[in-house]
Ligand binder design. Structure first.
Ligand SMILES: Cc1cc2nc3c(=O)[nH]c(=O)nc-3n(C[C@H](O)[C@H](O)[C@H](O)COP(=O)(O)OP(=O)(O)OC[C@H]3O[C@@H](n4cnc5c(N)ncnc54)[C@H](O)[C@@H]3O)c2cc1C
Length: 345
């Protein structure tokens, strides 16, 4: 999104993305009506359907739009390892030793941001919130013919148990009966010991999700039994995911920023701030960051203003709002993390 809005105001943007094109999964995000047109300024742009969409669909739609823009150069499989700057320019160095320089570096590298380490060396890491979310996506066709399809997100549970269930279009975008998907996200504070044992969490830092192949059989059996507490549609969806061993576990982090910029470096999205998913607002906050950054930099393409002061303006616009967003979820996180533990804390 940042690449799209910056290219729209004339910046040439190089996007360095460490992952390749293989299928990646995630939860669901709410897409505003006309998102791509808003980002690109092009009303004829291929629409990314509004409503709840899988992370993968949103990512694919944005990537497609970025790929077709002549000012955006996307390099996949390029993992950034370090960041630097002087008064003239900023740069990153990738794992293969390649160096990329420019007028500024925008860290849009998620909750475990490398760029944040240089922007906020005194507070480089998002911290483990004390619970995780198990995620699965199920094909409608696997759930039998008589399913009553939900029209909106189901929010179930309370206290020490939460389940979000959401209807999704099919992976081809289809909303036809029989072709759709159901997603579920199950909040769990009882298995922190497992995530530590598997190396996903060390101290209070989260390094990665627990991949489906690494979820122990015993955990899947326990989850299958615990899932009985949910209404049959969601119970069946969870059992289907468990049967296919298509369940990933994501330890949740939080980060309240003290700053968003340093010199020629700026942070957006989860690199800048990590709210609990319970706020349902991480994606929207990332969009607002991108737009605010473009607004503040719009005089810069001609080289007319001091870039650093435009970035400070961006920080002034966004810092209080994003701090409040993260803080708004922290009571939930503290209570939920304390609600139940199984195994190690
Ligand atoms: C379980 C879960 C459920 C959620 N549910 C919701 C929801 O319902 N609604 C909502 O609004 N938000 C939700 N969120 C939050 C939302 O997913 C994030 O706010 C959003 O994805 C942030 O986007 P981002 O681009 O900043 O970071 P990311 O989506 O994390 O993208 C960062 C990118 O940077 C790449 N990268 C990382 N490090 C490097 C590196 N060193 N070099 C190169 N590339 C790198 C990664 O591969 C990735 O592609 C949820 C999050 C989770 C974990």
């Amino acid at each position: 999104m940042t690449a799209l809005v910056l290219s729209r105001i004339g910046f040439a943007v190089t996007v360095l993305e460490r992952s390749d094109n293989s299928f990646r999964t995630g939860a669901a995000l709410h897409v505003d009506h006309g998102l791509l047109a808003r980002l690109t300024g092009n009303r004829m742009h291929n629409p990314l359907a509004p409503g709840i969409q899988s992370w993968f669909t949103v990512h694919a739609g944005l990537l497609g739009a970025a790929r077709s823009h002549p000012l955006i150069d996307i390099r996949q499989g390029m993992s950034v390892e370090s960041v630097g700057q002087n008064t003239e320019s900023a740069w990153v160095v990738a794992a293969n030793g390649q160096r990329f320089g420019g007028d500024l570096v925008v860290g849009a590298d998620g909750h475990n941001s490398v760029v944040r380490r240089t922007v906020s060396p005194e507070k480089p890491n998002a911290t483990f919130a004390g619970y995780s979310i198990w995620l699965g996506v199920v094909q409608e066709s696997s759930l039998g013919p008589n399913v009553r399809w939900p029209s909106e997100t189901a929010f179930l549970g309370g206290g020490d148990e939460y389940l979000l269930g959401y209807p999704l279009p099919g992976s081809d975008g289809s909303v036809e009966k029989g072709h759709r998907q159901l997603g579920w996200a199950w909040y769990d504070s009882s298995r922190n010991g497992l995530f530590r044992e598997k190396g996903c969490v060390a101290g209070n830092v989260v390094s990665h999700s627990l991949k489906a192949a690494d979820v122990p059989e015993q955990t899947l059996r326990e989850m299958a039994s615990d899932a009985e507490r949910w209404p049959s549609l969601w119970h069946d969806a969870i059992l289907d995911s468990i049967k296919r061993k298509a369940v990933i576990g994501t330890p949740i982090t939080e980060y309240v920023p003290d700053r968003l910029v340093e010199g020629r470096l700026a942070l957006v999205g989860d690199a800048a701030h990590v709210p609990t998913p319970m706020t349902g607002n991480g994606f929207r906050a990332s969009l607002l960051d991108a737009e605010a950054l473009a607004e503040c930099l719009s005089g810069e393409v001609s080289g007319s203003g001091p870039l650093q002061s435009s970035l400070v303006k961006y920080q002034t616009l966004r810092l209080n709002d994003v701090r409040r967003l993260v803080q708004s979820g922290q009571d939930f996180s503290r209570n939920f993390a304390a609600s139940r533990t199984r195994g190690q804390p």
